[in-house]
Design a protein around this ligand. Structure first.
Ligand SMILES: CC(C)(COP(=O)(O)OP(=O)(O)OC[C@H]1O[C@@H](n2cnc3c(N)ncnc32)[C@H](O)[C@@H]1OP(=O)(O)O)[C@@H](O)C(=O)NCCC(=O)NCCS
Length: 221
């Protein structure tokens, strides 16, 4: 999906923000500038492409409540806050504006998959038939989402992670780099799956699991 005419404000000027800026440019868009929580970053260049923080988060929120259009001549917004909970908390504000999913030209997304607003799909990620990806999800570099998976809003599938067929992942859940979740497993909301874990049993809401086979940190099943 090339967003040729889109000019973006990027919400979040941290590490994830600069990766999203690259993704915007790689998919044909332009970065106008950043919105960030940190007042000390206002006016600062926060990424190698040269874009600056043009507005603090409180100023943006105030403006967003009253204005119909985005400031600074932007016509779209990208939500680029790395922390899943913070990203989820900002989701509704962004929906007032054009807030498209961003898909790297080198990702493979099935025509029958659904990808929600503000979700970012990085290079070499694969989303297969009839998968449903929520809003503001990070499908990181090389992550694989097999057929019929359902992924909740503001989840993060880290680089190289694999969801086998028909897996469900709840809202704001973090799947660590290289983790594998075998077919049919249900992972709750606000859960964390450690890097390299192999998940063969359902994971409850809020649980952290690590290892192969994955076991719950701090006990429990
Ligand atoms: C699972 C995770 C979230 C736990 O973080 P944490 O709560 O800070 O946990 P700690 O580092 O205190 O580790 C707690 C215990 O779990 C073990 N552990 C942590 N992560 C582990 C992992 N991925 N695999 C196996 N064991 C792990 C630690 O060795 C430690 O064991 P000990 O108590 O016997 O010493 C984190 O380690 C992790 O794997 N995060 C994913 C990172 C990632 O994929 N980043 C990609 C970003 S794009």
């Amino acid at each position: 999906v090339a967003d040729g005419e889109r000019t973006f404000l990027v919400w979040g000027g941290g590490g994830h923000g600069k990766v999203v800026a690259d993704l915007i440019r790689q998919s044909g868009g332009r970065v106008i500038g950043y919105i960030d929580r940190e007042p000390r970053l206002e006016g600062e260049v926060v990424e190698p492409g040269g874009a600056r923080v043009v507005m603090t988060e409180p100023a943006f929120l105030e403006r967003a409540m009253s204005a119909a259009a985005l400031p600074c001549g932007a016509n779209a917004i990208a939500l680029a806050i790395g922390d899943n909970h913070s990203r989820d908390a900002c989701l509704d504000e962004c929906l007032r504006f054009t807030a498209p999913a961003l898909i790297h030209p080198g990702a493979s997304v099935s025509a029958s998959a659904v990808v929600g607003a503000m979700t970012v799909v990085f290079a070499r990620a694969v989303i297969n038939a009839e998968a449903q990806i929520g809003r503001a999800v990070i499908v990181n570099s090389g992550a694989i989402v097999e057929h019929d998976c359902v992924v909740g809003d503001a989840a993060h599938l880290s680089p190289g992670s694999i969801l086998c067929g028909s897996v469900r992942v709840g809202k704001r859940t973090w799947v660590g780099a290289g983790a594998v979740v075998i077919q049919g497993i249900q992972v709750g909301s606000d859960a964390r799956i450690g890097a390299g874990a192999v998940v063969i049993r359902d994971v409850p809401d809020g649980a952290t699991v690590v290892g192969n086979p994955a076991r719950r940190l701090g006990g429990g099943d």
